[in-house]
Write a protein that binds this ligand. Structure first.
Ligand code: HEC
Length: 179
């Protein structure tokens, strides 16, 4: 007992230290997030090289169909809500939004994979950039329907979205918010 009391203080500090280390690791473990990342993943020139031989539609010509407020709400809910894609939980989407624990998705359509700034990507996603993956409605659709299947070893901790209608709403929302 006496020995316990003598050494308790040290052990309590050790416990506090262990808890601190675990709590630093949890965001990575659960969400795949690296705090304080401030990396340049690709310069504008490098992005230009990655897209120079690819013919893509201009996703931002502002020629999307007008939609009703109800439809707009459906799209937003699909992106934000817990029953939908939960994308907003990890990703910001507005142009000047701060990065959340995942890259901002503003104007992601037409961009090569893994080129946003201030984010530490998994080597799986960086490999896909080198293999020429460009984000389009089709590739995003394939990715979010089964992330692990589409890019094995990626760090987006999300189950695939099985419902094609929800995926379509999400992708429409991403495009509309980027105009
Ligand atoms: C639990 C957090 C989380 C959720 C929920 C989530 N993502 Fe992600 N997402 C990430 C992380 C982390 C990465 C980076 C993955 C990597 O580096 O392997 C990522 C990467 C991406 C990328 C590639 C970005 C790039 O710059 O190459 C796209 C596109 C994407 N997510 C779309 C979505 C969409 C759409 C949804 C909703 C259906 C969604 N994500 C839900 C965390 C999340």
């Amino acid at each position: 007992m006496e020995f316990y009391l003598k050494t308790a203080k040290k052990r309590h500090w050790l416990l506090v230290l262990i808890l601190f280390v675990i709590s630093c690791y949890l965001p990575y473990l659960i969400f795949g997030a690296y705090p304080f990342a401030n990396k340049t993943n690709a310069t504008p020139d490098e992005v230009g090289l990655l897209t120079q031989n690819v013919s893509l539609p201009d996703f931002y010509q502002n020629n999307l169909d007008e939609i009703t407020a109800k439809q707009r709400k459906l799209e937003e809910d699909a992106f934000t809500s817990w029953d939908g894609g939960k994308c907003r939980f990890c990703h910001s989407i507005k142009r000047d939004d701060r990065d959340r624990m995942a890259p901002n998705l503003y104007r992601i359509l037409g961009k090569p994979a893994a080129v946003s700034q201030n984010f530490t990507y998994s080597s799986a996603l960086i490999e896909m950039r080198k293999n020429g993956l460009i984000w389009t409605p089709e590739t995003i659709n394939a990715f979010i329907s089964n992330p692990e299947d589409y890019i094995p070893g990626n760090r987006m901790r999300m189950e695939g979205i099985k419902d094609p209608k929800t995926r379509e709403l999400i992708i429409n929302y991403i495009e509309r918010e980027s105009q």
